[in-house]
Design a protein. Structure first.
Length: 238
């Protein structure tokens, strides 16, 4: 016979999942496509600057598509769902066109780099909020749901670096992509657990993620280097 605590735990879990399922954090298709396009433009700009790699038009388009759609693709694969990128006719053409546009207008977008960075920070928050709330709605436990949300936010950049055989950027000092996404998605989970509407919780996730990411760019926030930690241990021993 199940213990009262176990029954109460299952009841809270069902309520939590039901609360999220009843109001899944969603965004309009045009806004989702805008986020995909921003990611594709950034991916194209990144690859177009790698002149020593001699990447052709097809390669640049492919990198743009990977960056724009990679996070959502990884999210849906983990949730065993049909990827959004192949459930609608708009995603692939928009990502490809944005990637080619980013390459052709590289100088213009470089001048607008500040705006692109700001929009990219918002995009990270959106993908994180959508990924986490979608995972919760499908009954994924809280900790894995946060992982799915973070992977949705940073998956495109990971796939980009792996495809180009480069060190993964988010593991370098000065990049707070994953930290910003984690902070935002954890806040979403906590707010939903306290009964806050999922749309409000998702909006808070986007705001917090954006502010942390922009703060890392503006003020140079970063986690300590491994070498710095090693030096600290040597100093403590001395």
């Amino acid at each position: 016979m199940p213990r009262p605590r176990a029954r109460a735990s299952r009841t809270r879990s069902r309520w939590f999942t039901g609360a999220v399922s009843s109001a899944l954090f969603t965004i309009p298709l045009w806004l989702d496509l805008t986020a995909v396009a921003i990611g594709a433009i950034q991916g194209a700009m990144f690859s177009a600057r790698l002149t020593e790699r001699r990447i052709d038009l097809l390669g640049i388009a492919l990198i743009g598509v990977i960056v724009g759609l990679g996070g959502g693709l990884m999210r849906d694969i983990l949730l065993n769902q049909l990827p959004a990128a192949i459930s609608d006719n708009w995603y692939l053409p928009v990502a490809t066109a944005a990637a080619l546009l980013g390459m052709l207008l590289l100088r213009l977008f470089t001048r607008l780099n500040g705006l692109i960075i700001a929009l990219d920070a918002v995009t990270i928050g959106l993908f994180g909020a959508i990924g986490t709330s979608k995972a919760l709605a499908y009954g994924v436990p809280v900790v894995p749901a946060v992982f799915v949300g973070v992977l949705s936010a940073v998956g495109g950049s990971i796939l980009r670096d792996v495809t180009l055989n480069l060190p993964i950027a988010l593991m370098h000092v000065g990049s707070l992509y994953a930290i910003a996404a984690t902070a935002g998605t954890v806040l979403l989970v906590v707010l939903v657990a306290f009964g806050v509407n999922i749309v409000i919780a998702g909006t808070a996730c986007v705001i917090v993620t954006t502010l942390i990411r922009l703060g890392s760019v503006r003020f140079g926030w970063s986690l300590p280097e491994q070498r710095a930690l090693g030096s600290w241990r040597v100093w403590r021993r001395a």
